[in-house]
Write a protein that binds this ligand. Structure first.
Ligand SMILES: C[S@@+](CC[C@H](N)C(=O)[O-])C[C@H]1O[C@@H](n2cnc3c(N)ncnc32)[C@H](O)[C@@H]1O
Length: 312
């Protein structure tokens, strides 16, 4: 809807005005001064509108790129998960925009039973209650753990193949849906769960604040967000520290990664993935209607936050 409006503003104004200006130039017609002033005014309006339109356009493009349905060729994470489900080799390659490549533990962790989850996640489960939204559910390990006849878990993932695998594994309510498309149509939630470092799906601080506000409106008054992140500064890697410097120079947070995932011939589009320290997390969350109520951590870099709603 908004997209149509933007195109109409851009297209309509640009074509009619350009046509009249070109015609005048071609004919050499001298415009009376009042007409000149009117044209200047119109041009200024057009410039303002087209600037507004192009920033709206950029924003829409950014949003729609994160909403876009993944093709089998770009659904690398889904293909990896399905391969692991079928007992085939599954190695996840992470490619970063500075040329760095890494191999992740990948699919094994996505299938782990509760007893094998990282201790921060097991401890964090005590803060999970009521109707749960499992964001970026992967192979559905959280839903399979929580699922009981009377429990309500909605599992969402941007990957159609991951959702197909969830269903094959017995996840009852698994849907293809991006975090940016979560809406009241899914119903109200008491817990939003983001395990497997899925705080990263917020992408960047601006998008995180936008999504946190949105989740605020889609959850019950006493709802919680239970989200896992990773402190980027707890690293001894020279490569990672160099990347932090690069990001600082680019005006980004050091842990604001731009990556894509490869598996076999499939690769995801480039996407932003945000890892933050607990302090950066507090700054991002401030003013969104949420606050860090609890921080669960071990000696490692991974930690889980429990966010609760601030008093109105
Ligand atoms: C690191 S995996 C974590 C999987 C699962 N939460 C777990 O801990 O086992 C991240 C998952 O998020 C999904 N994902 C990526 N971008 C997403 C988005 N914009 N919206 C929803 N899910 C997304 C991926 O397809 C992938 O399954």
């Amino acid at each position: 809807m908004l997209w149509i409006q933007v195109r109409r503003i851009r297209g309509g104004f640009r074509t009619s005005s350009e046509r009249s200006l070109h015609t005048n130039r071609r004919t050499g017609f001298h415009r009376p001064s009042r007409l000149d002033a009117w044209c200047d005014c119109l041009r200024a309006t057009m410039r303002r509108r087209s600037q507004g339109a192009s920033s709206a356009h950029r924003q829409l493009k950014r949003l729609s790129s994160s909403n876009r349905m993944l093709s089998p060729r770009s659904d690398a994470i889904g293909q990896l998960i399905l391969a692991h489900y079928k007992g085939l080799p599954s190695v996840e390659i992470i490619e970063r925009d500075d040329g760095w490549f890494g191999v992740s533990t990948g699919a094994t962790a996505y299938f782990a039973p509760f007893e094998q989850w990282p201790s921060v996640e097991r401890r964090a489960m005590r803060w999970v209650r009521g109707r749960v939204l499992d964001v970026g559910c992967g192979a559905g390990r959280v839903a399979l753990h929580l699922q009981a006849p009377d429990s309500k878990v909605v599992s969402i993932d941007i990957s159609p193949v991951a959702i197909k695998t969830c269903r094959l594994r017995g996840v009852r309510d698994a849907r293809v849906c991006s975090i940016t498309s979560v809406s009241a149509r899914l119903g109200e939630f008491d817990t939003v769960l983001m395990f497997g470092n899925n705080f990263g799906l917020f992408g960047n601080p601006r998008r995180a604040r936008w999504l946190l506000r949105r989740l605020h409106g889609l959850t019950s008054p006493t709802a919680r967000i239970v989200a896992e992140s990773r402190d980027p500064y707890r690293t001894t890697s020279v490569e990672h520290r160099r990347y932090h410097q690069l990001n600082r120079r680019r005006g980004k947070l050091p842990g604001q990664l731009r990556i894509r995932v490869r598996f076999g011939h499939a690769r995801t589009p480039w996407f932003e993935y945000l890892i933050v320290s607990p302090r950066e997390m507090r700054n991002i969350v401030a003013g969104t209607g949420w606050q860090v109520a609890r921080l669960i951590r071990t000696t490692g870099a991974d930690y889980v936050v429990v966010l609760e709603k601030t008093a109105a």
